[in-house]
Design a protein around this ligand. Sequence first.
Ligand SMILES: [Zn+2]
Length: 115
Amino acid sequence: MEIIKNNKGGSKLSCEGYMYTKKSVNKTTLRWECSQRHSRLCKGSLTTDLEVQGVVLTVPHSHDPDHDCIEATKIVATMKQAAINCRAKPAQLLSDFTCKATTEVRADVVRRLVR
Ligand SMILES: [Zn+2]
């Protein structure tokens, strides 16, 4: 499991090829909903402990995992952080951050950035 922070202070969770958005915080657990809940009408969700170290409960997804999508999300999040902290040109950042990515992931990153 890995937490991906965005610029707005929110966080997402990637786990086994799925991406989750934080939904609610309880006394001892966090509830995460599939980030494709609306686009894929997915009811997949994850309940973890507060430290996000262990999974308490999982609800299955209506679709297959997408590792490329997660990789692209991570790259975009990291790039946006880097863009705030330095003055490198977007094209330079893009080549720096996607040099190890596959063609599919790179294309996905570019698609997200021009959106
Ligand atoms: Zn899902």
